[in-house]
Design a protein around this ligand. Structure first.
Ligand SMILES: Cc1cc2nc3c(=O)[nH]c(=O)nc-3n(C[C@H](O)[C@H](O)[C@H](O)COP(=O)(O)OP(=O)(O)OC[C@H]3O[C@@H](n4cnc5c(N)ncnc54)[C@H](O)[C@@H]3O)c2cc1C
Length: 343
């Protein structure tokens, strides 16, 4: 009976894992395809005309305009233009197989796309025509982000987990290995000095986990460099703060716990009253600009208590006052959800 239950559980987990990997893979492909189609549209509608490539440009004119190199500067690894007489002008790596359907879509006036295995790995090819009776433009863009992210999700789904580097301190709550257990198989914590400022119990839990060999704690270390590939982290170089000696670690993720610096950024230009980098609000979380509210650490209130609970309270107040601002018939106090059950 127990084995049957365990078997069912294992099958279910495997199924959930496969479904997750497929869904992530599909949503990443859709996202990349959407971005590539938009870039293709921009290339042909804006970039090519701006570079002086007219709709009726000859192959020689396209080659001499330098537009193909400008396209390559913007991400694709290969680009080619096919003219009516079968003539082709190309730049970069164009050794990809393109399905006949892609050409048909482009000929119909739409922007088509297709994922294909090129010699460098998974690639995305977009095709478009400019103008409606003009040449066909093809762009090859590497899809390494899909491959890398899907690899990481597959590792987690298979229970193998990722290799993580936690830089700067402890994850709130103690052992980083325990906190990252659902996704990470190996965890290295580094800190620039030997002492940790975190809660004593958390530091103790981390030290005990390190003593049991569950995570590696390295002090005094800092991050020198992070290497990435296809939009994902592949390695990090850390250095010993005493000896300045470098060490390269192959990791899938780097979690930076290096503190934070509040910065309002573009919000500074909104005309809000600001005091010491905080947005001034009244007791209803209203700023000086009608209809604009602030809540949380960023809000300058009479008594500052930066705690998650206080921030939640301010956010609830701001949202309900905002609702009343939009719809004056709405009560600021929305009532309790428990009272609304069954209504
Ligand atoms: C080290 C540390 C430990 C803490 N421990 C505790 C604790 O144990 N218990 C507790 O209750 N509280 C704790 N706090 C406080 C708590 O974390 C904060 O009060 C709370 O997270 C604030 O929530 P917030 O949504 O207002 O801001 P944040 O959580 O800081 O969220 C603001 C978000 O806005 C983004 N952002 C910033 N600028 C811009 C911009 N210009 N445009 C768009 N987005 C922007 C940021 O990237 C961030 O995601 C701790 C804080 C720190 C720093």
């Amino acid at each position: 009976m127990l084995w049957a239950l365990l078997g069912t559980l294992a099958l279910t987990l495997t199924f959930v894992g496969i479904v997750t990997v497929v869904l992530v893979d599909r949503s990443l492909r859709n996202r990349l395809a959407g971005e590539a189609v938009a870039i293709t549209e921009f290339n042909l509608a804006v970039l090519a005309p701006a570079a002086g490539v007219s709709a009726g440009a000859t192959p020689e004119e396209v080659a001499e305009s330098g537009i193909l190199d400008r396209f390559l500067d913007r991400g694709p690894t290969g680009v080619w233009v096919e003219f009516a007489g079968g003539e082709r002008v190309s730049a970069g790596d164009t050794r990809v197989d393109v399905a006949a359907g892609l050409e048909q879509i482009a000929r119909s006036g739409e922007i088509g796309y297709q994922f294909t295995e090129d010699p460098g790995g998974l690639a995305l090819v977009t095709a478009a025509r400019m103008p409606p009776d003009g040449p066909l433009y093809y762009f090859v863009t590497p899809a390494t982000l899909v491959v890398e992210t899907t690899r990481q999700v597959a590792l987690v789904a298979a229970g193998a987990g990722l290799v993580a580097l936690v830089a700067g301190g402890l994850l709130a709550g103690g052992s980083s290995r325990r906190m990252l257990a659902p996704v990470a198989a190996e965890v290295t914590v580094i800190h620039r000095r030997d002492q940790f400022r975190a809660h004593a119990a958390s530091v103790r839990e981390m030290r005990e986990a390190a003593a049991r060999g569950e995570e590696s704690v390295r002090t005094p270390y800092e991050v020198r460099e992070i290497e990435g590939e296809g939009g994902c982290v592949r390695a990090a170089t850390i250095f010993d703060n005493d000896t300045d000696e470098d060490e390269r670690l192959e990791v899938d993720a780097v979690i930076a716990l290096l503190g934070f610096k509040p910065d309002l950024g573009p919000i500074k230009s909104w005309g809000l009253t600001v005091n010491k980098n905080r947005i001034v609000v009244n007791q209803l979380m209203e700023t000086n600009v009608p209809g604009v509210f602030a809540a949380g650490d960023i809000a300058a209130v009479a008594v500052k208590m930066n705690l998650i609970a206080t921030c939640y309270g301010q956010a609830a107040l701001a949202v309900n006052v905002a609702k009343n601002y939009i719809d004056p018939r709405a009560s600021i106090f929305p009532g309790h959800s428990s009272e609304k059950m069954g209504q």
